[in-house]
Design a protein around this ligand. Structure first.
Ligand SMILES: [Zn+2]
Length: 226
């Protein structure tokens, strides 16, 4: 790729060129190359998309750019995790844990803070959450000590929790994590449930895989008579 090197004096851009030989843009100015490299590190953003976004940013006004830079700084400096549930929080406890109108007896266990945001968007759940910050994955060396199980034990030990709703992902590791937690509390008084899986809202059966359809049949619910 020596002939495609466009910024020979910069170690940063040299690395960029060598790591992504298909996206070496001859003549690209260093600031633009750095922005493309930075954006490319984000999930789901490839070098071409990164270039499009960088060019879009180039057309923003100075106040808009400053606002974006300030938002990025604030994201890192102000956002923390709730000491109790592990969800996003700006200070100490999150708004969900501090909301006295929510049911402390029902705790929904999820893998990541973003899962709480997704579930809250539905506006249907009025209990509390517990974020594991991961899931069991022996292949990656993630065992029970690497996820927030000790703090879940502590919450259950307080005696207020009646039900744990296991909302870990429907993946092999997510299922293994749910099984592990279910076994962990099987001798306690806490009811343990698992979120249902099946046909999504608006889903057509002909496009469903056989595993989803089998699970939907297994977890069918009785039609409520009016
Ligand atoms: Zn919280």
């Amino acid at each position: 790729m020596a002939g495609c090197r466009y910024l020979p004096d910069s170690p940063f851009d040299s690395a960029f060129t060598m790591n992504r030989p298909g996206y070496a843009f001859p003549g690209m100015p260093a600031p633009l190359a750095r922005m493309v490299e930075t954006l490319s590190s984000l999930p789901g953003i490839g070098p071409k998309t990164a270039l499009r976004l960088s060019l879009s940013l180039l057309h923003k006004s100075a106040p808009e750019v400053e606002q974006m830079a300030a938002a990025l700084t604030e994201l890192h400096q102000s956002l923390d995790f709730c000491k109790r549930c592990g969800c996003f929080s700006e200070q100490g406890h999150c708004g969900i844990c501090d909301n006295v109108r929510r049911d402390t007896g029902t705790v929904c266990v999820v893998e990541q803070p973003v899962d709480v945001l997704m579930l809250e968007r539905g506006g249907h759940f009025s209990g509390h959450y517990h974020v594991l910050h991961g899931r069991l994955s022996p292949v990656d060396g993630i065992g029970p000590e690497q996820i927030r199980l000790a703090s879940l034990d502590a919450r259950v030990a307080e005696g207020n929790v009646r039900e744990l709703i296991l909302a870990t992902s429907a993946t092999v590791d997510g299922e293994a994590t749910a099984h592990f937690i279910a076994r962990r509390y099987q001798t306690s008084d806490v009811k343990v449930s698992r979120i249902a899986r099946g046909v999504p809202e608006g889903g057509e059966l002909e496009y469903m895989d056989e595993f989803t359809l089998n699970r939907a049949l297994d977890q069918r619910v009785v039609w409520e008579r009016n």
